[in-house]
Write a protein that binds this ligand. Sequence first.
Ligand code: IPT
Length: 993
Amino acid sequence: MELSRRTFHALAGTAALGFALTGSGSPTSANPSRPAPTGPPPPVPSADGRPHEIGFDHHSLIVDGRRLVLWSGEMHPFRLPSPSLWRDVLEKMRAHGYNAVSAYVAWNHHSPAPGRYDFTGVRDLDLFLRTAAETGMYVILRPGPYINAEVDAGGFPGWLTATEGRARTSDPTYLRYVDEWLTAVNAIVAKRLFTRGTGTVLLYQIENEYDAHVDEPSGRAYMSYLYEKVRADGIDVPLFHNDKGRNGHWAPGSFGTGGEKGRWLYGFDGYPEPDEVPPDWGSFGTGGRKGGATASPKTPGFVPESGGGWFDPWGGSWFDGKGYAEARRTRDAAYERRFYLTNLANGITLHNVYMTYGGTSWGWLPAPAVYTSYDYGAAFDEARNATPKLAPMHQIGQLLRFVPDLARLNRGKSVRAADERIKVYHLANPDTGARFYVLRNDTGEAVSSPLPDAGIDVPVTVPARDAKLIAANLRLGRRTLVHSTVQPMVSLTAGRQDIAVFAGRRGEMAQVVLECADEPTPMRLDAEPAWSWNLGKLNITAPLGAGGLSRVRVEGDGVDTPMLVLFADDATALRLWPHETPSGPLLVYGPALLRSAELRGSTVHLTGDTTGATGLEVWGPRGITHVTWNGRPVPSRISASGSLLALRPLPGVTRPALPALDGWRRRSGNPEAEPDFDDSDWTTADKETTFSTTPVPDGQPVLFADDYGFHYGDVWYRGEWTGEDGIESLSLAYSTGTQGLLMAWLDGEPLGTHRMPVPGKDRARQGTWTAKAAFDLPEELRKKFRAERPETGRRRHVLSVLVRRMQHDMDGEALGTHKAARGLTAVTFAGGSPEVKWRIQGAATPDPVRGPMNNGGLHGEREGWHLPEYDDKDWKDAQLPRADRRQGVTWYRTDFRLDVAPGVDASVGLVLDDDPGRAYRVQIFLNGWNMGQYINDVGPQHTFVLPNGILRTRGANTLALAVLSDGTTPSGPRDVRLALLGAAAGGVPVTAV
Ligand code: IPT
């Protein structure tokens, strides 16, 4: 994570390297003018019990001797705390053309304490890996030990902050803990390696964006230590690192040991700004000063993180989070086409989009920089809905799968468009002679231009700030495409015909020219397309999008198999689902999602989702005469285009009604503020030394929460002394992450709330946010203070302090800043110098099911007020809205029932809203799970996704809200309601978490 990405712009160069067409190293040397027939798509990976070989050359990965272009999307299982839904996201990715999922594994999510590692329940990594294998997805696994990903301490467990030694170096104490983690995680991964046929883990990353000690022996020793450790644990797939930008860091050979030779890939990340000209990063490009893929000429172009959205910071101040609709707007479908097609044009054949499903940083997972939602503006939203950003991902993904020519491209001779506002990249496959042109328009208006150099004399249109890939001399089934003015998407043979799909923007006029020696007898199956035949070429034109799919059948041209040419605009292409089966591929058109297809006898059984009533059409292998949808027979007939066509539409979804939330009960929740509160079982805070990077202030005990084993959420302090009753003011120095705060009470009287100011844009200060909360004792309080307990003759005083410490710094620079103190750091008094005895209290023992990051140390959390089984019958009834003016914690609970019909996948959120001037925040617990933090006067997040599995969609749910009010304004909650964020007929079976 880095807030300023100026460096990236500086590295963006343009290259116009005219690579010659070479056939060197080609296994089959072919005549470029006569394309070799393209083979079937690469096999769908699974745990097939067979050993596999994973190799590579500078073009691509080579798996079992076949080239593989990796079209991957990032999702984090730890950001979706409902394992059943992992399958939902993976099936959706797979259907939309992704063949791989990349996932960080967060050390802190699995380790509540040194030596303790938990891979059960929502932390079941093995289940995630098995599910990926079952859904036909390769896995790129990234277990750190350091990850970042905008998670607390960059993924380091909280307890590591209280250990000796410098993290992210070859420090022996640190490496001992790293060993523990890697041993635990690798024991699971080693069982799911693709090389062994017991899973689909294809690649494995060590560390992340490690650029701090690159040129130092300890940095190199650290990286080679990780490398050797992972190998020793039996991980035999290629390993790699994700270089922070294109520096050439950790290219092969850079450890100095040579051990990694031949089994190590170089990868770098890139998060271009939407307004920049897409940079040439690949092996064809210049890649900037030292790098891009040029830094490693013998390995394939690999971008382990290509920005697919961006994270959003808290609202207010200069951070100014705007919500994820904005990220999705600025990094939209055209952004993806423009940047990712440029990547492909630069020879990048391992491509992972960060994020593809962002999910939720629930509990205390988010790093200081971000709030609960990690939607990221990704192609799938946090509520698991497909967004229009999937259009390019889907079209490019299917193209890479069904047109293997793209796996081995060289740069072709330079080609210019007649209108030079269109930049052209010319790529050619030396084996098949297929040519591809990536056309990019970086201007603000649509440009139409012929490409005479490429023999295309009709205008090809590229909309403003957009791109497209067109093809020439490409074998499609049994015919050859001379060229097209729109992007090919699918080429397959289903039953008795070859099918080719072309896709583009709505309203675009598509031209597809096929070689056709004999005059064919094309058949127009829809009204729009037209054609002409001349000099051995068939020229088909069709406007895209008018009325959905447009179909033309080509036959009678001397080729024994007819060809069906299909034209789709983006929305239509998103309803086209090619799918491989053991008896050959099929193509399904209509539903919102196709999850599976199975052929049994003469019936094809399909499962998937519909969101509205839709037609259903299936082109499949010969002999298929019947179709079922989600287990129900669908009456159908054979259409003129050779498909099985449903006679009636498939039904859509009935959107479930959601109940209003009422029947609230309320209880105040800060008894710790009372002088008589019994804190005898709290931990005494009297340490004198710490491993924190924050120095212990002179004359103070160590007050840092982590040193007492409290690593997440709120922490309470109680300082007690006798006498010294002339105190006039006190100052509380404290340290938190963004949006931290402190509340103090003296002898039960509120002193006030202090909120951690957001520092300026100076990054150097961001790891160690510190502030001093100064409180004067008002005259009234001073009087009371002096007068208290005169009967004992000894005046006992208690200072109670609640710190919402937020999170640890991410330590991106490897300076150990995840160890910066959190909590109180120093307390000083004016008007007296009491000898204070401090006690501290934080989260109770970690929740064995919900994990170490679910809870902090609020009284209600320690007493289980957030849990569904807690009995709240003696709480007061409460009506919302509330407008209490009180400093402290108040809990609200209610129950609600849902009755979502079986077979309906409803995605439900909780919405909170109020007058933005009201200074309060809410920790949201659903059935005991900490689903995030709402800050009413900061924002921008108002909607919190409640994942099914934690949410009982058929049954009773308990919602508990822990409201922290500053006391400076009236405090809500005001509006608290459920909202339907998505609904589909279909979905996956969901097991209660
Ligand atoms: C890149 C990190 O590798 C990744 O973990 C995440 O933090 C991402 O940024 C931003 O969401 S770092 C890159 C922006 C320099």
